[in-house]
Ligand binder design. Structure first.
Ligand code: ADP
Ligand code: MG
Ligand code: MG
Length: 191
């Protein structure tokens, strides 16, 4: 992955998170504690500062910096999960993996740390199908947005939303939505 594309992708991701701060927290209100937008904005603001100030030799370097920013600043369940994802992406890219392989390693970082799998109504329900779409070829931002929509029908089995049991059904998972922004940013940066 090209260094400049990685920087652009993470800049776009940061902008989308900031633009949708209220929406992400609204999604986290009925099935969580209403802080997902605020949590993520703290992380991406730190990320934006690093992207503006630091020098990067590789895309692996860029994702390592992103991992630190999100791990250190997000707080909440989503911080260590995004941190693990970006750290594993960084390691895989440093090992010479292509972007798709690196994203798979990132997803595995989430499932390992979160002990979560597809169907638990978490960000994993975007990461895994998004990888399938990317592997198949052309992916539109609408296709990606649909993946968050698809989490509505799921019953939460991990995270705060799982305390609600059946009452979690009918709501989009907030971490799934922020993950859609990540994949949309990647697709837009590569276009
Ligand atoms: P908190 O729940 O601590 O307030 P956030 O609101 O920032 O943290 O993040 C909530 C999101 O984190 C959820 O919408 C879900 O996507 C994700 N999440 C929570 N627990 C897990 C887990 N075990 N595995 C994967 N994702 C998880
Ligand atoms: Mg929350
Ligand atoms: Mg919280």
């Amino acid at each position: 992955m090209d260094t400049q594309v990685a920087i652009k992708a993470l800049e776009l991701f940061s902008e989308k998170i900031i633009d949708n701060k209220e929406y992400l927290s609204e999604l986290d209100t009925p099935i969580g504690d209403g802080d997902h937008g605020g949590n993520m904005v703290r992380g991406v603001k730190a990320l934006q500062e690093s992207l503006a100030e630091d020098e990067f030799d590789s895309a692996a370097d860029v994702f390592k910096t992103a991992a630190k920013a999100l791990m250190g600043k997000v707080g909440g369940a989503s911080g260590p999960l995004y941190g693990s994802a970006f750290l594993q992406i960084s390691k895989a890219l440093a090992d010479g993996d292509d972007l798709l392989e690196a994203l798979e390693a990132g997803r595995d970082g989430i499932t390992k740390r979160g002990k979560s799998s597809v169907g638990d109504k978490t960000m994993v329900d975007v990461w895994t199908p998004a990888l399938e779409l990317l592997a198949d070829g052309d992916v539109s931002t609408d296709d990606l947005a649909q993946l968050a929509e698809d989490t509505k029908e799921l019953k939460a089995k991990k995270g705060r939303a799982s305390y609600l049991g059946d009452r979690s059904v009918g709501h989009i998972d907030p971490g799934a939505m922020s993950s859609v922004y990540f994949f949309q940013a990647l697709v837009e940066a590569e276009a």
